[in-house]
Ligand binder design. Structure first.
Ligand SMILES: [Zn+2]
Length: 138
């Protein structure tokens, strides 16, 4: 399956969840730093959202919100004039692929699933998909 591109990343997140007792959102943030998503080491408090509009993420679970913040932070450091568009494209791609993955896990039908229910225990997958989006722009 193509979405299994970063098995070591999945294991790393799994270890953070099981071994270190982090929440999915915390593990995703730490994983992003460990896997070099942020050139400067990444301080989640320093998200410069200039040119990258905040989205309404109330439908998203904590893990997807963390993934959004990582993407936002990643793109905010880039000088590209298309970074706001790139951010939007990467986020949509991430959400689409996650929907397909979740649908495959359940009935096989692609339909909008409630993030809060569908994403529990999916932090390693979410992180994998997130890395794939980041690598497209790296
Ligand atoms: Zn989610």
């Amino acid at each position: 399956m193509k979405s299994l591109s970063f098995p070591s990343a999945r294991l790393y997140i799994h270890d953070l969840l099981v071994g270190n007792g982090l929440t999915g959102a915390q593990a995703i943030q730490q994983g992003a730093r460990e896997f070099g998503v942020f050139e400067d080491g990444g301080n989640p408090e320093e998200i410069e959202s200039v040119g990258i509009p905040e989205r309404d993420l109330t439908d998203c679970c904590e893990c997807c919100q963390a993934a959004y913040k990582v993407l936002q932070q990643f793109f905010s450091k880039r000088s590209s004039t298309t970074r706001a568009l790139d951010m939007e494209t990467a986020w949509k791609s991430f959400r689409n692929r996650l929907n397909y993955y979740r649908a495959g896990m359940s009935s096989g039908k692609v339909r909008p699933l409630n993030c809060q229910l569908a994403c529990s225990n999916l932090a390693p997958v979410i992180f994998d998909l997130l890395l794939q989006e980041v690598h497209r722009y790296s």
